[in-house]
Write a protein that binds this ligand. Sequence first.
Ligand SMILES: [Zn+2]
Ligand SMILES: [Zn+2]
Length: 305
Amino acid sequence: MSISVKILGSNAASFAYNRHHTSQIIEVDNKHFMVDCGESTQLQAKKYNVKLSKINHILISHLHGDHYYGLLGLLSTMQLYGRKQALSLIGPPGLSEIITIQLKHSKTVFNFPIELTEWKEGVQELLVDLPKLTIKSIPMKHSIPCAGFLFEEKPNFRRINKDYLTETLNPLEIKQLKSGIDVLHEDGSTKYSNEKFTFPPKKHHSYAFCSDTKYDEELIKWIRGVDLLYHEATFMDEMKERAYLTFHTTAKQAGCIATAARVGKLTIGHFSTRYKDLSPLLREVKTEFENAHLALEGRIFEINE
Ligand SMILES: [Zn+2]
Ligand SMILES: [Zn+2]
């Protein structure tokens, strides 16, 4: 399996230089998840060939407008497109109230069920549990309740080495071997040794989306060893005082977090509108973590090695 992350927007606060607000599409095992839905996400989705009908989960990191002002518009478009299948909407405390009020005053009733889950602030929770994937919240330190999201493929089974097998295995024996258990004769002696007859499982992948947050070393324990980390990098380090006061992170700090957490690859986003040219942010993050990239719109990050 693999995880792919498509960037639809990664700008902070307001639009600038044709850059749009935060939204991403994460694809795992042919399932599509939207993370954040800033204003203009619909247009960006159309531009980058995202099929709204394929999205069955939308996760919102927090209630600052640059992360969710596109949500009601997107839901309305799903309705206009004739959506019938349920949508899982996962967001911060208060999201349910906001949606209810908007729908009430516009006398709108959606033709598809919305299963709304509000995560709890400051703790890690299991939010989505699918056969091959889990999504957990990651506590962020921001000026209002805020969460990131950890996408983790479930561990794979061991793989049968058919070259070694001369006999046919029954389904129970295959299951035992794939689970890492030896198959035994009735007298307790080993019939098929798991070590001999199986290969190690394929690597399972992980992606951490870290939304708006101040520099926070406590984050490291939640994201340790992920294959890909998205971390906000709103400012250059020369503005770290402002970053601290506004509960944001600098490019250098994002690189420090990636290094300390020993992640495989880092992509930074949530760029301040003060930066027309983003290359200084990239240069700065690379001083701390070499395998760093800008989360530019339309870019796709694949995790499959
Ligand atoms: Zn923001
Ligand atoms: Zn924010």
